[in-house]
Design a protein around this ligand. Structure first.
Ligand code: SAM
Length: 246
């Protein structure tokens, strides 16, 4: 079961457009991740719900003290190798497991999840970018970039339609600016559709203008998606932008 109904929206979009399930996806950001439905979907797509594939036979029958040996873990214990809630050493999450790292950010604390490095922070605060950057660099080195940026953030609606639109525009602008610095360009790995930004927005002419002025010139493809799982009376829609031009 999923932690949120929103999970079904992401599932639906992923099933149709397949932006997560590629072997070259190494880092996925989930902005506004709590309670964690989207993170669950991403973790499944990246294989975190399955024991790691055995790469080679163990050379010793038992791992040395303090050493983890994935090839010996049984399926019932494998997930404890990345202890939820413990201060994570990102190197634990690296290949040879071959699974991508998920970085989740939210103002609200999220119950730990295997495969997700969670940051309890305000994405719009000045110092959050450096924290995210540090995690990406520990995984991929100083030139590392995210392959997929997801954003389901929305400020608490105060029932004021104008406030909703204003804050949606502020979030989209901030996430787009962040993407300019931290999203991996499609040509750097030679896949036309890689470098993906999926973000929620509220339908309004100002957001449509934002799409035309900022998103369309910088991505090979931009779509507006309204998943069936999203209530039709809600104004929420998602920009799916693929092929970041860098
Ligand atoms: N995708 C999530 C899931 O499937 O569980 C649901 C996300 S919920 C619709 C929106 C989230 O955005 C809330 O948890 C809220 O705390 C978070 N949020 C709103 N503004 C934020 C900000 N400035 N920084 C970080 N998180 C924020």
């Amino acid at each position: 079961s999923y932690r949120s109904r929103s999970a079904f929206k992401l599932l639906e979009m992923e099933e149709k457009w397949r932006f997560l399930n590629h072997s070259d996806v190494q880092v996925v950001l989930d902005l506004g991740c709590a309670p964690g439905g989207w993170s669950q979907v991403v973790a499944q797509q990246l294989g975190w719900d399955r024991p790691p594939r055995r790469k080679r036979e163990p050379t010793t029958p038992y791992p040395a003290a303090g050493e983890s040996d994935w090839s010996l873990s049984s399926s019932s214990t494998w997930s404890t190798q990345v202890e939820p809630g413990s201060p994570l050493d990102i190197s634990d999450l690296e290949t040879p497991l071959g699974r991508g790292t998920i970085i989740g950010v939210d103002l609200l604390r999220m119950t730990p999840m295997v495969g997700v490095q969670f940051l309890e922070a305000d994405f719009l605060a000045a110092d959050t970018e450096a924290l995210i950057r540090a995690i990406i660099e520990r995984r991929l080195g100083p030139h590392g970039k995210a392959d997929v940026i997801l954003c389901d953030m929305a400020s608490n609606s105060m029932g004021n339609a104008f406030h909703d639109i204003e804050s949606s525009l502020a979030i989209c602008t901030s996430v787009f600016e962040f993407s300019q610095r931290h999203l991996r360009a499609a040509q750097s790995i030679g896949r036309q559709n890689s470098g993906v930004l999926l973000m929620k927005y509220f339908s309004h002419p100002l957001l449509h203008m934002f799409r035309k002025e900022h998103l369309e010139p910088r991505f090979n493809e931009v779509r507006s998606l309204k998943p069936n799982a999203s209530r039709s009376e809600s104004k929420e829609v998602y920009f799916l932008c693929r092929g970041w031009k860098g």
